[in-house]
Design a protein around this ligand. Structure first.
Ligand code: AOS
Ligand code: ZN
Ligand code: ZN
Length: 386
């Protein structure tokens, strides 16, 4: 097995996008808990995101959500982020919070509503121009609750037309990234429920259209790393929305429910060329911190991704291949598991220190006083929710 020192230079390439909404108050349909220190403005969310990067060196971009992060001057927002040491990443559209979209947005049976949803995406593309963002991520809440409620076939045609109208406005250095989700908020059918549907649509659009894989958006027992391999084979894995789930779209801290799954995913990413300077896969988090403090929640998340990436990089690929070619079932499995069971935490701490970062980012943040300061300073105004 390679030593940590043999793989550590590859850790330099790790860059994770944190979501602006992770810093806002969040919860379930039962209760949204308010937390002291929660941002009252987009700038305060960006300041918190930059703090995650300062303590970890892992999170150089913050993904925004429109209209949650709507401001008058996006160029100024970009400069603000840069002054804080980060860039603005993916722009996420939102066609799920307006009454007009009750029966769908880009797939709605009424062309007037479809055009409204398309126009919202064109507005997002304008925002991308001003913020320097590369990716427009589209997640659709569209679907139906009852058999017969909607023409599920026609909606695919309307979706294809709507996406084509949006894609036509995507610049050469920008991408449209389509996310799929098995269910919720629609419970009978979703218009983009799975990677096959997403892949079909982005392949029809063209080169700059790819798929976003949210790790929480599959049926239980789905082999997510197989989907990773398939999308990379097709050259269509655009981005991840990382999070953890026990049941459905739980949006818990990535790597907390099933670190082994994260390890297996990272292995397929590396195996398939999705990691490193040559890759353009965006590694985003899509999480909410409902009961834990938000900044430590995000720090823990990016560290979990780093730990499982390091372990996946340590798989002895040659020994693995040799065992696979020899038909050595348990030998191959052992090579795989040896890397998974290797504790890299002390090595990572030393490596961070060697690069001028805190060896223990969680502890360093706790001791920094940042949390106490925002809790004291951010009184008055309205705390933001997701
Ligand atoms: C919704 O379930 C999706 O995961 C989307 O990525 C969504 O845009 C994000 O969770 C913010 O609401
Ligand atoms: Zn998502
Ligand atoms: Zn989700």
């Amino acid at each position: 097995m390679p030593t940590f020192d043999q793989i550590s230079s590859q850790l330099e390439h790790q860059a994770i996008e944190v979501p602006s909404w992770a810093y806002g108050n969040s919860g379930t349909r039962f209760k949204v808990f308010g937390a002291a220190g929660t941002p009252r403005s987009v700038e305060e969310k960006i300041a918190d995101a930059a703090t995650v990067h300062r303590f970890t060196g892992l999170a150089p971009k913050v993904a925004l959500h429109i209209p949650w992060d709507k401001v008058d001057d996006y160029s100024a927002l970009r400069r603000y982020a840069q002054d804080q040491g980060i860039e603005i990443g993916t722009i996420n559209s939102n066609t799920f919070q307006d009454d007009d979209y009750k029966l769908g947005g880009l797939t709605h049976h009424d062309p007037v509503v479809r055009q409204k949803a398309i126009d919202h995406h064109l507005e997002c593309i304008r925002v991308m121009g001003e913020t320097g963002s590369r990716d427009l991520k589209i997640w659709l809440a569209d679907g139906s609750n009852y058999p017969g409620q909607a023409d599920i076939r026609a909606r695919q045609d309307w979706l294809a037309e709507s996406l084509a109208a949006i894609y036509a406005q995507i610049a050469d250095d920008q991408r449209l990234v389509l996310e799929y989700k098995i269910f919720e908020p629609a419970f009978y059918h979703m218009d983009v429920p799975d990677w096959g549907t997403a892949l079909g649509h982005v392949q029809a659009l063209g080169e700059n259209a790819t798929v976003c894989l949210d790790t929480g958006h599959h049926a239980p027992s789905t082999n997510v790393e197989f989907i990773v391999a398939q999308l990379l084979r097709a050259g269509k894995l655009g981005s991840f929305d990382f999070n953890s789930r026990f049941y459905a779209d739980d949006d818990l801290i990535v790597g907390s429910a099933d670190p082994f799954q994260l390890f297996r995913i990272m292995f397929e990413v590396i195996r398939g060329g999705g990691y490193g300077p040559e890759s353009d896969v965006a590694f985003m988090l899509d999480q909410c911190h409902n009961i834990e403090k938000k900044i430590p929640g995000q720090i823990r998340s990016v560290l979990n991704v780093q730990e499982m990436t390091a372990r996946a990089l340590m798989i002895d690929r040659e020994a693995l291949k040799a065992a696979q070619q020899a038909g050595d079932v348990l030998g191959a499995h052992e090579v795989f598991m040896d890397a998974f069971y290797t504790d890299v935490r002390a090595d990572l701490a030393a490596w961070r220190e060697s690069r001028g970062l805190p060896a223990q980012p969680m502890r360093a943040f706790a001791e920094s006083g940042y949390q106490e300061k925002i809790e004291a300073d951010r009184v008055g105004g309205t705390q933001l929710s997701w």
